[in-house]
Design a binder for this molecule. Sequence first.
Ligand code: UDX
Length: 453
Amino acid sequence: MRNIAVVGTGYVGLCTAATFAHAGNRVVGVDVDAEKIARLTAGESPIFEPGLAQLLREHWRTGRLAFTTDYADAIPAADFVFICVDTPTGANGGADLHHVRAAAGSIARALDPGHRTIVIDKSTMPVGSGEAIAAILHEASRADAPFAVVSNPEFLREGSALHDAFHPDRVVIGSGDPAVTAAVAALYEPFGAPIYRTSLRAAEMIKYASNAMLATRISFMSEIAHICDGLGVDVREVATGMGMDTRIGPQFLKAGIGFGGSCFPKDVKALAFMAEEAEYTPQLLHAVLEINREARRSFVRKISHLVGDIEGATIAVWGLAFKPDTDDLREAPSLDIIRDLLSRGATVRAFDPVAMEAARRVLPEVVYCADLYQAATGADAVALITEWDTFRALDFALVRSVMRGQVFVDGRNQFDPTAMAALGFTYRGVGVSLVQVASLADAGVPVPAPVSV
Ligand code: UDX
């Protein structure tokens, strides 16, 4: 059993704390947000993440997990201190490290000179942050408090963060000291994942490059979807065919309204900023971000085109969270899309299984509904934004009957265009367009039947 402190109780910190407690360690979570700590000590999870609340409660009961606002309660006894505070986008596009610096200063002042503490950067931090944190620790700690700084980035997906934490594809550990790397690697032994040992800076860069690569795949497929729309091709078939090439692989090829969330937009921007700082113009990264913005704008243009006059139209928005199984609205496509619809004079009726409370705070103009059918009632168009599983098995005849119009715009390509057309919808996906397919067929060009998913 090792003593671990986790600084920052956002979704990375809580998942890290819960998984290491589950692996048999004694973990103390620290956060400056007293309200959050009060909820956590009452056995409540402040965020919605499948399985997290149960795991926190379980290890609150086993006594292996505790929470505090006081660094002095957590840091002196810890052998390992994980920094899991947020690194939001700063005014210049780079990562804002205020919280990291503040956390490092507080850790430094609480370090116990009696033993070596390994400080592990888990938050996504720009290349060079490890050295900057070491400098803060050096300056602010008592001269004789021994410490080491390691970069060990997280690769957790919201909605499946616990699964990812227990079954990582790889664990990246960056440090200049093999003994320190070995100590951190031993922490991860119970998870049985491959360990990749790197330099401190390479570990920091691996995180940014990984997220930028995944975001690039999504923007690439957005571009392919636009071309497919113009040529009467179903982008889902294209993605399947591409993904069968083992050099490409099937993941992150789903075209739709693009990526959102707390990581991809922020990290691609921060990497672009780092590139500029290093006097390189990151043309591809800029294009990835611009294509992602355009995916949202073109989705609204599609709705507008199909509805005729968006001013005075009623649009049902199905799903608000940036992806299923989370209540997270950060950089969610729904926010830009709804704001665009409202600014064009539409009435928006929305439903999401968990994100409505959060949405109400930022978009009070929206009419929030009890379910999908209520949202669709009187609507000229339904726009599917988040592909929640519960949105699949629906009574579409009922949806059609409560609507005023018949337009269904599917931002996640969830439904079969032929089946939706048969139900009386004017259906459009992203890169999946029945009209163009039909017009090619009318022109005598042989067209394969659309696939069903
Ligand atoms: C991501 C990374 O996957 C994770 O490793 C990192 O630590 C944090 O950022 P997350 O933001 O939780 O995780 O979600 P993810 O499942 O990766 O999806 C990100 C966005 O891409 C979502 O908006 C999703 O809808 C979109 N996406 C994903 C697509 O549009 N198409 C795809 O094929 C896959």
